[in-house]
Design a protein around this ligand. Structure first.
Ligand SMILES: NC(=O)c1ccc[n+]([C@@H]2O[C@H](COP(=O)([O-])OP(=O)(O)OC[C@H]3O[C@@H](n4cnc5c(N)ncnc54)[C@H](OP(=O)(O)O)[C@@H]3O)[C@@H](O)[C@H]2O)c1
Length: 324
């Protein structure tokens, strides 16, 4: 089978696209023929050796996929050959087939296409865990989402609306804000031209945002925290801007607010039942048209290098899908 392989840390241009042996299913595993694999921002880090998690070499990037069950390992009774499934593997999905424990796969309804299903687990899973389990976002509360047109950001915009929030999309261009508004955001802040702190205050009548969802970090984190509401929750999701901000703790005191970490990858190992329930909920919402799982572009697997470069260049709105 064809596979995109990282054999040494580097840039997307250092990846190899080569033939390797098909996987064999171990006990409890199934082999899935991948129809669509999704990329995330962290794939740009994992191939550079800059991500918190470092798979053994050689490995394929792409942490999530959708496809069809092709072979069953011994002891698998929950799935059958031909079932349509999605899965989260952490890495290893940028290839034609993958072997994975059956309990890491979730069945898909026929009405949900593979491209949208492939990109559902990580971004929407992270944002649902963040808004529901960590922030306990309540109906009528104001949610400010930084990086609102990106993968996790757009998911937070759509889920925030489903949960009854008033969503303010913060992004680096008018085009990105218009895109987030098309996906349900009630208002927007262009942080390339406006100060997030002043704009958030203005848009909340001076009250501030109840929940701030921050997957970007850099200079925006502290500016946003300065406009959090009394008893607000600031969600630390990621640092796409590169710099890990340091927050002055006096702000946390003065606002009576919480700074809450979101580590979806660890939570899904600690609460497998909660993760499965969230994933099944996301699949149902997406199949019913309540979530877009918007696909920015589909690339053939052989052109994954260009896809990774587009993510690193901040050009992507929604998800990038690779098709083996
Ligand atoms: N905590 C968790 O459990 C968890 C789970 C998944 C992902 N994450 C993290 O969340 C972050 C976003 O992931 P994603 O997959 O949603 O990424 P993405 O689709 O590439 O979106 C990231 C957004 O960050 C903004 N950004 C600002 N500076 C950037 C830069 N230098 N390069 C690229 N983007 C930049 C961009 O929006 P603007 O141009 O509008 O600023 C972009 O839309 C990453 O740090 C990722 O590791 C965390």
């Amino acid at each position: 089978m064809k596979a995109l392989l990282c054999t040494r840390y580097g840039t997307p241009d250092d990846l190899s696209f080569i033939d390797i042996a098909d996987p064999e299913p171990a006990t409890g595993e199934v082999v899935v023929k991948i129809a669509a694999a999704a990329l995330n921002f962290f794939d740009t880090l994992i191939i550079a050796g800059k991500y918190q998690y470092k798979p053994a070499m050689p490995f394929s990037p792409s942490a999530e996929f959708a496809g069809t069950v092709e072979r069953l390992g011994a002891g698998v009774t929950s799935l059958k050959v031909g079932d349509r499934v999605l899965g989260y593997s952490g890495h290893g999905a940028a290839r034609e087939k993958i072997a994975l424990a059956a309990d890491r796969l979730v069945k898909l309804p026929d009405r949900l296409d593979f491209d949208r299903a492939a990109g559902l687990t990580v971004t929407y899973g992270t944002s649902l865990h963040a808004l529901k389990d960590r922030a306990q976002l309540r109906e009528g509360e104001t949610l400010a989402v930084l990086g609102a047109s990106g993968g996790v950001g757009l998911a937070a915009v759509e889920l925030g609306k489903i949960m009854g929030g008033r969503v303010i999309a913060c992004a680096s261009s008018a085009e990105k804000i218009a895109f987030a508004k098309k996906h349900g955001a009630d208002g927007g802040i262009d942080y390339a031209s406006e100060d997030v702190k002043d704009a958030l205050r203005r848009m909340t009548g001076g009250r501030g945002a109840d929940v701030i969802y921050d997957p970007v970090g850099g200079p925006y984190a502290e500016a946003a925290l300065r406009s959090i509401a009394w008893l607000g929750r600031f969600l630390v999701v990621g640092f796409a801007a590169g710099d890990i901000p340091k927050l002055p703790l006096n702000l946390v005191l003065l606002k009576g607010c919480d700074v809450r970490g979101v580590f979806w990858g660890s939570w899904i190992e600690r609460d497998k039942a909660g993760h499965r329930a969230n994933t099944e909920q996301l699949i149902a919402w997406c199949a019913d048209g309540k979530l877009s799982s918007h696909v920015h572009a589909v690339y053939p697997l052989s052109e994954a290098t260009d896809a990774l470069k587009a993510i690193a260049a901040r050009k992507v709105m929604g998800k990038i899908i690779l098709r083996p």
